[in-house]
Design a protein around this ligand. Structure first.
Ligand SMILES: [Mg+2]
Length: 234
């Protein structure tokens, strides 16, 4: 028996394209350095995460602030309201989010395997993350009782207590578990510190700042190839 635990954003679906597209729509410019835009936006996303999880700040407000900070640091021409408008545009794009066919096939395969249990560990505001579960149709593959949203439990990634909660839910030991995620510091560190296996989706080619994951991929295509081929031990 083994368990496979997925992060949602930029893991089950690709969120980065929508973030940049929303900015381009509002500013009416083309973002030349897509990598740099995402790097700055995500650095800003690590700030105020606790306030977001506790519901003190809304996802929309924090995204507006992240956008304006990113515009400012990139030297893009913007007005104070543009961050909020980009956050609106991003929410609109998110209402059309979808899983790739390859990802659906991989999940079908895991869900029909009696020796595999599936779970989700996602960070963010409760309502916002549960909306994604619905919009992406994740109920088809994941039992809701095996979905942990950090905003619901008051613990932030990469706290190992989150991994211990999943072990208990799935009734599995650390060496039977795999974490699949895109954020080294949040997803992979927590998994490694908990004695889990891990697959890191490293789209931006960042150096790992600690122990290496079991598997590292750089694109969605590589990720689904690894999942469809089967994780070691299949
Ligand atoms: Mg993520």
């Amino acid at each position: 028996m083994r368990g496979i635990v997925f992060d949602i954003d930029d893991t089950l679906y690709c969120r980065q394209d929508m973030l940049v597209k929303a900015a381009e729509t509002v500013l009416g410019v083309k973002v030349d350095d897509w990598h740099e835009f995402i790097t700055i936006f995500y650095e800003k996303s690590d700030i105020n995460m606790a306030a977001l999880e506790s519901g003190e700040i809304s996802t929309h407000d924090i995204n507006g602030w992240r956008y304006n900070e990113t515009f400012r640091l990139l030297g893009l021409p913007f007005k104070p309201d543009d961050g909020g408008l980009a956050a609106d545009a991003y929410l609109e794009l998110q209402s059309h989010m979808f899983l790739s066919e390859d990802m659906k096939n991989a999940l079908d395969r895991f869900a029909s395997d009696p020796d595999t249990k599936l779970a989700i560990l996602t960070a963010g505001e409760s309502k916002h993350q549960w909306n994604k579960v619905v919009m992406l149709g994740l109920d088809k593959w994941f039992d809701r009782s095996n979905v942990i949203v950090t905003g619901d439990v008051g613990i932030s990634k990469p706290d190992v207590r989150l991994c211990r909660m999943i072990e208990e839910k799935l009734n599995l030991t650390p060496d039977e578990l795999w974490m699949i995620g895109d954020n080294y510091d949040k997803d992979i560190t927590g998994a490694i510190d908990s004695g889990w296996h891990s697959v890191w989706i490293n789209r931006r080619g960042l150096p790992s700042r600690g122990k290496a994951p079991d598997i590292e991929v750089s694109t969605d295509a590589e990720l689904t190839e690894v999942l469809l081929k089967g994780l070691p031990g299949d």
